[in-house]
Ligand binder design. Sequence first.
Ligand SMILES: Cc1ncc(COP(=O)(O)O)c(C=O)c1O
Length: 402
Amino acid sequence: MSEYARRMKTMEESANIIKGLFGTMNDPGMISFGGGAIAKECLPVDKIREIVNDVMTAEGRGYEILSYGPVLGARDLREVIVKDLLAPKGVNADADNILVITGGLEAMYLMCQLYIEPGDVILVESPTFVHSLETFNMFEANCIPVHMDEDGMCVDDLEAKIIQHNPKMVYVIPTFQNPTGRTLSLERRKKIAELGSKYNVIILEDDPYRDIRYSGEDLMPIKAFDKTGHTVLANSFSKIISPGSRIGYVYANDDIISKMSDAKSATNSHTSLLPQVICAEFFIRGYYPEHHKLLCDVHRERRDAMIESIDKYFPKGIKRTFPDGGLFTWVELPEGLNTSELLKESTSNPEIKVAFVAGEGFFTEGNGKGSNCMRLSFGANPPERIRIGIERLGNLINSKLK
Ligand SMILES: Cc1ncc(COP(=O)(O)O)c(C=O)c1O
């Protein structure tokens, strides 16, 4: 048989982490803090059924939905994105500068199609989202880590590394970051936009969690401070309506959107129209505000249950983040504890059956960095199950420290 392309090798490690993740998510006996899904109680099944029944008629939008559509995406969805999602965040976009994509992750794929040759440098947060690393690795990019602290990516280190490595792209998840739950400060948002302009480097701002905030003050996206078009904003409907809808979008300047539409067209012509129309109608019918409140209320309660349980059941002296929104908290256990080993035991022991994501895969350093860390997602389980799972995990960790 023919040999696989080299990219299948360079992406192998991150692909395996993701396969493992989906494996534990599908075991009903497992309490999984692994995936990055929102609560199923927040999936608007009834409203979506109503919308589908209404639109899928010959007099309604049936023919439009079942035909080929525009590469950029359905006009009304792009207008909803501009009016309901971007304008309230201080971003004044034109619907012609929005490209609807098949899930937020397609932004990373398309950006690599546009910019990345094998060996090109992408600067990423340390740690960063493993699924994006998988894409970057598939394009044989050289991912170089930038330090993070409680306020997100450190801009001094970023500037030093831009000068040192001449990157094609900086990848940043500014709000309730995956995997740490941390949020980039306002000052740093402004600074990162400036650095993109100053050094002529693309800033890929990936911001799918920004609309699910449970506490603290809303912050404008990096894109709101971009004066030169160097920042590209990617977002998704996965965390605000449904991950199964596979709807995301990119907002960028004319030139980038035009090139990206070419790449999108060559990849899959355009994103499926049925979920686009459903998402647009959901907003146009005025369902979003009430739904958004439910999303925030449900996840705030789950976040609080997880943080309180960690504080109660995990050993003293561990470090954890407090996310003001999103789905994740990040835990640092004492040095010497290996979370990949812990994960094997916690998922295979029938008395425990708790899954999480081990920390190491989120780092590109490759020297064992993050091997004492774990990402815990509070999206998928109700508070009571969160408490049980964290207690079991805490007992296991405590037993290792004895
Ligand atoms: C930081 C980040 N970017 C992008 C995505 C991709 O979202 P989607 O499911 O819309 O492809 C996710 C999903 O977990 C994410 O955490």
